[in-house]
Design a protein around this ligand. Structure first.
Ligand code: NAI
Ligand code: MG
Length: 355
């Protein structure tokens, strides 16, 4: 079998962690005779923007379209406003390829300890399903009376029935398929009085079709606190675009930090390529030093293998990450060691060849 991957290393630590990711794709071909990846790299990042005045060429999306999957490092550099780098590269890919599910596992890997250290926090393992195409990141709104004392900015939330139903249904289906019994939906229908009551209604409607799943709606502020005070209470959490964005960085912190946290931007129908990326950004504070943790990227590739139907291989990659962490000898600084990105990556690859 043969898969094609478009790779966008991006900015800052993106290319550093993606170098490890590319070696992993190579290694998978080596250990699994019947499977290979053809990877093509695209240099679209903030440097490209400064040269060309855009984050990707005009036909960028068309060029990505034929690939089975897309792998992204991270985008963003000082000198280019973040709303440009995000809105001109990442969001167009997510939206035009209908990657409406942003899947973000929150799982405490073997060998690591949660910074919460409390009782019952030893087996954290749940998943956040973030809506990825609409909601608060709507691009609708504007600014008026700029430069006057009456200046104002407005940004609309957009929740369509179609978009809301499909993400909530996906979350329920995921819970059912993975044998999970609890579904938590993030809301804020007390303060946001149009879109969030709509969201709640749809959660309740769809929950009727899943009588075996215990459904709860929790306000985002309380839910954020519960992520810290009782994170073991969750199986599947479904949230709008903004709420899911915030919750998952928090979730990552609860299980060891952004250096570990993977994600998939998924088009469940597989009409378009899905995109896998660490949830962290380009980390300008550590970029260029070769100390970024590549685990978030390696784990994202494990999710990519799952998506491609290679579940055993996906499992194997995650096992190898955990085995290296349990051994504890090679760790990057963010998880308490002194290893470089390359050393961390090599240790996991070596484990893969050993297995
Ligand atoms: P960030 O995720 O880049 O960094 C936050 C903190 O986590 C920093 O202290 C960083 O050193 C640390 N960190 C992140 N990844 C790490 C890794 N693999 N290993 C060790 N430590 C790691 O978020 P920040 O600082 O808010 O944003 C920096 C830039 O990245 C901005 O331009 C932002 O727009 C962009 N960004 C891009 C994303 C993407 O490409 N999907 C997502 C988030 C931010
Ligand atoms: Mg984020």
């Amino acid at each position: 079998k043969y898969f094609s991957a478009a790779v966008i290393p991006g900015d800052g630590i993106g290319p550093e962690v993606m170098e490890v990711g590319m070696s992993l794709l190579q290694a998978i071909g080596d250990i699994h005779g019947g499977l290979s990846f053809e990877a093509e790299s695209f240099p679209w990042n903030c440097r490209y923007y400064l040269q060309h005045g855009r984050m990707m060429p005009e036909d960028g999306l068309e060029r990505l379209r034929p690939f089975d999957v897309i792998l992204l490092g991270a985008i963003g550099a000082p000198g280019v406003p973040d709303h440009i780098s995000v809105w001109e590269l990442i969001l167009p890919i997510r939206r035009s390829f209908q990657q409406y599910v942003n899947l973000r596992p929150i799982k405490l890997l073997r060998g690591l300890e949660s910074p919460l250290r409390g009782k019952g926090h030893e087996h954290l393992d749940f998943v956040v399903v973030r809506e990825n195409t609409e909601g608060e990141y709507s691009n609708m709104g504007g600014r008026l009376h700029v430069g006057t004392p009456y200046e104002m900015a407005m940004q609309n939330n957009v929740f369509t029935r179609y978009g809301t139903e499909r993400i909530i249904r996906y979350a329920f289906e995921l819970a059912q398929a993975t044998g999970k019994t609890r579904l938590t939906a993030a809301t804020k229908s007390n303060g946001i009085n149009h879109s969030m009551p709509f969201w709640d209604e749809i959660v309740k409607e769809i929950s009727l079709h899943y009588p075996n799943i215990q459904t709860s709606l929790i306000h985002i502020d309380a839910l954020a606190a519960f992520f810290v005070s009782r994170p073991e209470a969750f199986d599947v959490v479904v949230a709008s675009n903004l709420f899911g964005d915030i919750l998952t960085d928090l979730g990552a912190a609860v299980v060891g930090g952004l250096g570990l946290a993977p994600s998939g931007n998924i088009n469940p129908e597989k009409t378009y390529p899905s995109m896998f990326e660490p949830i962290h950004g380009s980390a300008p504070d550590i970029a260029g030093r070769g100390i970024a943790n590549p685990i978030a990227t390696i784990w994202s590739i494990s999710m990519m293998l799952d998506h491609l139907g290679e579940r055993e291989l996906g499992r194997l990659v995650l096992d190898c990450i955990e085995e290296v962490l349990v051994e504890g000898k090679v760790r990057t600084p963010d998880i308490g060691g002194k290893a470089t990105t390359q050393e961390m990556g090599k240790a996991i690859l070596a484990q893969l060849y050993r297995r």
